[in-house]
Design a protein around this ligand. Structure first.
Ligand code: GLC
Ligand code: CA
Length: 462
């Protein structure tokens, strides 16, 4: 029975359509390009793809500022292309999950536009307002150093609105039943287009109480149950993978005592302590983190990762531990971000040292949980610290030695391809690594196969 739970036996690969493969030569990755690369992913052995946001968006936060939940951004293709893609993935036995970004919308979303224009609009209460500037407006920022506050004044609405993230991402009032119903509708819509689940972003914030009077937000965990229930009714095998960087004490609130809330959560505890272990050659805190995150219902599963599209968040380590990781993996100020993390890619952090990269991956692939690989890490891609904030580690996939790494035929790709230094595409690209049996790419393919063959890993009970 437990073998039916595909997500326990999955190898997830996360990618952003916009920087993966451009088929029509306009410099922006698209679904047709991604479709051409499905055989590459299949060959690598990944069994699920997690797509970063691809819906219409002003792209001020790399698509995490959505202005229409029910569409595909024309720069990536059409809804038709999307369904062709999910079908193509399915034919190869690859499942597709996608980001569910419902803590906030873009300020350009018609709901927010109407809410700010008309106080009597039904959408007014879809957001979180205050007549006066709340006293705690300068608290609780997720991007300290860049984001100045969590409340901003909107001239048109003549009121202050709440935004946990950037000011162009007004928070949805998630305790409003209409907003809750809309979230289910969004999930239901994409399930019909062929996805089998969601990576739900910022879950603790989505389920928190929000408002000018709320000094200490309280999580409404029961909301998670209704999301799960709905999803399971619509499609029994679909899942939610929660982004929730929380303390082990609250893990069970997210999984649910009876396993009736989130199917999966990213293991941020293990992630941070794993980097500490690599930096300090001290695995005791990692062992502790593994023990602390052990209790969970039989159907629940951890998502394990090394690097993702955000900064490596070290906020849960002690000050001393964090400094140790900074010293070792991100000593320069420009490598650090938001007063708590490192924004580099994996390979440069490990000095491009093959043995250390293999050690890090061997750990990830053998610890209890489902591995989540970031695109480009299978070939050891680097970063471009000239790009702002997290964009440095979001550069286009390096396919070959052709101009722009074979990512695009355009003169100007959406983000510059890394073309200088040891991580330039002339040295690091998929085509050359395919031909070399000892390349990192082929090593990754082999470890993925090994992982699938070890049943203990499957069940996350090592
Ligand atoms: C999530 C995403 C991050 C994004 C943020 C705001 O945490 O991982 O990339 O900036 O949500 O939407
Ligand atoms: Ca394109």
């Amino acid at each position: 029975m437990i073998n039916d739970l595909w997500y326990k036996n999955a190898v997830i690969y996360c990618l952003s359509v916009g920087t993966f493969m451009d088929a029509n030569g306009d410099g922006i990755g698209d679904f047709q390009g991604l479709m051409r690369r499905l055989d590459y992913l299949h060959g690598l052995g990944v069994t699920a793809i997690w797509l970063m946001p691809f819906q219409p968006s002003p792209y001020r936060d790399d698509g995490y500022d959505i202005s229409d939940y029910y569409g595909v951004n024309t720069r990536h293709g059409t809804l038709g292309d999307f369904v062709e893609f999910t079908h193509g993935a399915k034919q190869r036995g690859i499942r597709v999950i996608m980001d569910l970004v419902v803590n906030h919308t873009s300020d350009q979303h018609p709901w927010f536009q109407e809410a700010r224009r008309d106080p009597n609009s039904k959408y007014r209460d879809w957001y979180v307002w205050s007549d006066k500037k709340p006293s705690h407006a300068k608290k609780g920022m997720v991007f300290p150093g860049v984001q100045k506050s969590t409340w901003s004044y909107d001239k048109e609405a003549r009121a202050w609105y709440f935004h946990r993230f950037y000011d162009f991402q007004p928070d949805l009032n998630t305790s409003n039943p209409h907003v809750q119903a809309e979230i289910l509708k969004i999930m239901g819509f994409w399930i019909q287009q062929g996805v089998v689940g969601f990576r739900m972003e910022a879950v603790p914030f989505v389920i928190s109480t929000k408002g000018p009077q709320v000094k200490k937000p309280v999580e409404q965990y029961d909301m998670l149950r209704s999301l799960r229930e709905f999803l399971q009714w619509r499609a029994g095998d679909s899942i939610i993978l929660a982004e929730a960087n929380v303390l082990p004490e609250t893990d069970m609130e997210y999984f649910g005592e009876d396993g009736d809330r989130m199917h999966m959560m990213f293991n941020f505890q293990v992630n941070q302590n794993l980097f500490y272990a690599l930096a300090a050659s001290d695995c005791r805190p990692l062992v502790q983190a593994l023990k602390a995150t052990k209790p969970r219902p039989a159907t629940a599963q951890w998502g394990l990762f090394l690097r993702n599209h955000d900064e490596l968040d070290l906020g849960r380590l002690t000050e001393e531990q964090r400094q140790r990781v900074f010293e070792c993996f991100g000593p320069e100020k420009e490598m650090q971000l938001y007063e708590r993390g490192i924004r580099r890619r994996l390979a440069p952090m490990l000095n491009g040292d093959r043995r250390r990269i293999e050690l890090a991956y061997s750990l990830m692939f053998s610890l209890p949980g489902t591995p989540v690989v970031r695109y480009g890490d299978e070939i050891g891609m680097g970063d471009d610290l000239k790009l702002p904030e997290r964009n440095c580690a979001r550069t286009p996939m390096q396919w070959s030695t052709e101009p722009h790494a074979g990512f695009t035929k355009s003169a100007k790709p959406i983000l510059p391809v890394i073309s200088e230094g040891p991580y330039g595409y002339q040295h690091v690209n998929a085509a050359e690594q395919r031909r070399d049996p000892n390349s990192l790419l082929n090593w990754t393919e082999r470890i993925i196969r090994m992982r699938k063959e070890v049943p203990g890993g499957r069940l996350g009970r090592l």
